[in-house]
Design a protein around this ligand. Structure first.
Ligand SMILES: [Zn+2]
Ligand SMILES: [Zn+2]
Length: 340
């Protein structure tokens, strides 16, 4: 990794002198990004990072968005490859373990540091998180920290109140403006070279997963034909359908959970608690709780608020893989900002 690309020397994107925001009133860009740089970023997301247009308008970079659109279109392949219980089951299982990587690790660990772990375990779950095709842990967590600071204010990168539902759900991800990682915001993890590698080459792990799923399907077709699946079917269901469902499941927390549900706490933003979203996202739907007290590993504050990620993290703590898992203190949970 060349020294001029050392992330800790890069300018923070979109802060202080160049605030991110103005989602509804974008600035006029000073120059355009060459299309070939957008194409290079399909493989090396740090290509042209020095010239990243953080002053770009908050609009879709269509060249950069081609892979995102393509993976959605490939899902239509289910009408060609058909389905089997095996393929659908693998897709569901891969959704489940990777949603845990997003909620438990990209979110509750990398973004909020709500528990501690070893460097090896940190890397293992960063790797699993990278397989979700939601970019690297540094990009994901850096932007998420920003969201908590400016939640539903003009500077928020994904706010339904500011930019509309579709923008908050998926549009912001495609924008040149928010493409670079916020490395200063995530400097505590950007110091690890293995995490910088995952962040820079963020399509590498998903591509390997795609080939892996195809290979698994081929193996099952050869050695367990009774399961009724094959390489192409496993590729479409096990990788593409699972990954697209996972992406939209995650995105609901930026969109739906700032619109639909109930507010238990006065947080000054639109965050809501939503039981259905908590099931889909393994506990992230208790989003108003989370905006109120983000230092807690646990997001379902009461026993009836199902938080599967929290239970899994508790199990990991029980076997010694992680430690210092945090709950919400009772005086905080029952504090004066509680509405209901
Ligand atoms: Zn958060
Ligand atoms: Zn939020």
């Amino acid at each position: 990794m060349s020294s001029d690309l050392h992330p800790l020397t890069l300018p923070e994107t979109g802060e202080l002198s160049n605030p991110v925001g103005e989602v509804s009133k974008p600035e006029v860009p000073t120059k355009g990004t060459a299309p070939w740089i957008s194409v290079m970023r399909w493989f090396d997301s740090w290509a042209g990072l020095e010239e990243a247009r953080t002053d770009a308008p908050a609009t879709v970079d269509w060249v950069r968005a081609i892979p995102l659109i393509t993976v959605h279109l490939i899902c239509l392949g289910v009408f060609i490859v058909g389905w089997s219980w095996t393929a659908v089951g693998v897709a569901a299982a891969f959704y489940f373990v990777r949603m845990f990587a997003i909620t438990g690790w990209y979110h509750r660990y990398f973004s909020h540091r709500t528990f501690k772990t070893s460097r090896a375990c940190q890397f293992a779950f960063a790797l699993l998180g990278a397989s979700c095709a939601q970019r690297g842990p540094l990009w994901w967590a850096g932007h998420h920290r920003h969201h908590h600071i400016y939640s539903d204010k003009p500077e928020d990168v994904h706010s339904v109140r500011q930019g509309g539902f579709l923008w908050a759900h998926i549009g912001w991800i495609t924008s040149e403006k928010f493409f670079p990682p916020r490395l200063k915001s995530i400097g505590d993890f950007a110091k690890f070279p293995e995490l910088r590698f995952l962040d820079r080459f963020d399509t590498l792990v998903p591509i390997i997963c795609g080939f892996g799923m195809f290979g698994l399907g081929k193996l099952l077709e050869t050695y367990a034909p009774g399961l009724g699946t094959n390489g192409p079917q496993m590729l479409i269901w096990g990788f593409f359908v699972s990954t697209v469902a996972l992406l939209h499941g995650t995105c609901t927390i930026n969109s739906l959970s700032h619109v639909y549900g109930t507010q238990r706490y006065k947080t000054g933003d639109d965050s809501k608690n939503n039981f259905i979203l908590a099931l889909i996202t393994l506990g992230e739907g208790w989003h108003n709780n989370h905006h109120y007290y983000a230092a807690s590993t646990r997001q379902g504050f009461y026993w009836w608020e199902i938080d599967i990620t929290y239970y899994m993290l508790r199990a990991m703590q029980a076997v010694g893989l992680i430690w210092d898992v945090r709950d919400v203190p009772v005086h905080v949970r029952e504090g004066k900002n509680k509405i209901r």
